[in-house]
Design a protein around this ligand. Sequence first.
Ligand SMILES: [Zn+2]
Length: 845
Amino acid sequence: MSYPFRSVEKKWQGTWQKLNAFQANTQSTKPKAYILEMLPYPSGRLHMGHVRNYTIGDALARYKRALGYEVLHPMGWDAFGLPAENAAMDNQVAPQLWIENNIAHMKQQLQSLGFGYDWTREINTSDPSYYEHGQKIFLNFYKRDLAFRKESWVNWDPVESSVLANEQVINGRGWRSGALVEKRKLNQWSLRITNYAQSLLEDLKLLTGWPEKVVRMQENWIGRSTGAQITFASKNDDFSLDIFTTRPETLFGASFCAIAASHPIAEMLAANNPELQEFVTSCLQMSTSEESLSTAEKKGHDTGKKIRHPLLPNTELPLFVTNFVLMDYGTGAIFGCPAHDERDFEFATLYHLPILPVIQPNAEPLSATQAYTGAGTMMNSQFLDGLTVEAAREKMLNFLETKTLGQRRTTYRLRDWCVSRQRYWGCPIPVIHCQNCGIVPVPEKDLPILLPEDVTFEHGQNPLDIHPTWKHVTCPTCQNPATRETDTLDTFFESSWYFLRYCCPQSPEPIDAETVKTWMPISWYIGGIEHAVLHLLYSRFFTKALRDGGFLNFDEPFEKLLTQGMVCHRTYQDEAGRWLYPSEVTSLNDQLVTVERHHPVIEGRSEKMSKSKKNLVDPVDIIETFGADTARLFTISDTPPDRDFDWSYEGLEGCWRYLNRLVRLKESLDQYQSQENKETPAASLTLRKTTHQMIVRITQSYERLVFNKAIAFARELTRTLEEALEAGLANHESIRECFETLLLTLNPMIPHLTSELWQQMRGSDQDIMNTPWPQADKALSAIDQVTIAVQVNGKLRGSFDAAIDSSQEILQEMALALPLVQRDAEGRTIRRVIIVPNRIVNVVV
Ligand SMILES: [Zn+2]
């Protein structure tokens, strides 16, 4: 007999809905907690990654609620973007409709998993009631010169027929399409995120609740470097080059200058040099990600122009246009010092340029086959000779400034964020182009600018641009005919501030500062590591930009961040190499075969669940077969939430069996109440001690979000309870306390079954959600300590305190960690470790 999960889960989901159980009350006097999972794209179906992500968030939100917090735990939809447009083309369905249907379906799936969201705050980013406020924010940014339009080289995704931000180019390819990105020169809207480069970098130190890895990734992406900007004149004085260098001390080792293919001087020189023009064009078509540049072959074209060395009147440096200098970085121009830079060395070797060493290594001779980039003493450098590299850098910086040849400068790798997209399904940029007035912001009373619904989709065309009437308007300033901006905003614009709108979804202004202050910053933000740079950096920038615009008054949006691991599954292929779904594979005489024809199956390694490799498990199947609680428990029971986790049918069944054990426990408990005559006070006390020690351990696990540990402790407590029931020596108060503790501590993870069993225990008017988190009694939860003596070859070497009945492994580990023991054992082999439990560890060397 197994428990009737279908009726139980349906009953409780109905109850929660009827009670509006998860509606957050801003006016509440309780302490506030804001728990948020990154909002999903409404693709139409939940996948296992979602289930894991939202189970983590829901367990945390329910736990905080039990602790006495007023919890804000909302959900919404990141609904703009290309897939809806593609679906519109493929299925002849309007994006609006496609999105609406998908949302309805996914919302129903979320509810069937029992996630406790405050649906009164639901956001759909493609709904005018939301993006109207995004348009207001855009205009505010425009007014403050944080949004601007200019012609620039941009990343062009030929598959999406649209530009991409630098953050969306990964290994030279579009983040979504995977197409090789090209460079194009276009008039585009950008946001001045670079104004915030320094504070985005500095405030990383406030983010002590973030994984170190993510902080490092942001730090690298912002990429601060300090150095000098030096002006180099051409031989004929017909132009000059501003060059940024982080190594001004190597200036006497310069042997060439190089500029980016998109540098204005490259453009100027190419105008009457067809060969150079051809080279420039080929460079511009190339992918320009830093990763691909560092591995690609270095190419250059000698312009024939000579540049004067700023400190050596008789030295002229050849000027190259190259494929490895980026216009995006520094000034788009460098001087090459091949002796002390690997990239310059490679280039100089290829083009037979002089290699002039200026740093003598301290310990080794200079190599003729590679650049030397380490510390050393300056040489061949006039007034720098004999100095260390550090001292020479400082002296050169002072010298350049005194002689007004250059100045100190800090640059960042971070670029302004290009937000223009030549797509239909995005938020219209609320400006009008007028021949008389230039760029005219749409007056606020005319917002929102809505998307037209009668559009045609043709490949490579922006539907807004080819729409017969939409863009033709009257200029709000001079009343002459004018045109609307037809670019729409990058979808990352909407997702950069949605978490603020959840706090005040009804506010007539984008953000209600008072209300937002009540909830923000977010206590825990949970989502994938793939957003470590893109979304998280943009959201931090928005928060700072909105703060400076008077919209809010804090510096960082996310106090703690959890990047959850992926859900993985083994892959299967038939003999022809075709991928098979796990449901198409079965086991026959210990061999994996196809279900249908029993053909051999080749098992591959466990990988992230993906459509292309078919190693998918549909959450719907799991919910229908085992119920929501089993699905929830399984996705968080095996590994810490920040690690990848391997799907296994055995693990899933294990969780299902565990839920049934809890049901049986409840039944045994009911019968137990008649056996009072066998009770002993000692057995009751032992059980109570274990219960309270487990409260401490499980609570600590929740605090650290290691749900797998919390579940392991709960299972241990379950075993203890089963044994106590079997022995029949503990009184029923202690038995009942133990079981209720189990229900209360498991409730955030498996809310349906625990709610049901709680009601069976306490009566039909009782709701476990209204019961506070169990508090450990200090006296009962104290773990008894013993002092363990440690000997080496029978001689006393020290002692340590350990919990009573600690395992042999723990005692050995603690003994070997003592300094005196380590000293005695150094250089010798530990032959044996003899342990007398609770008393002595003797190490024999
Ligand atoms: Zn006008």
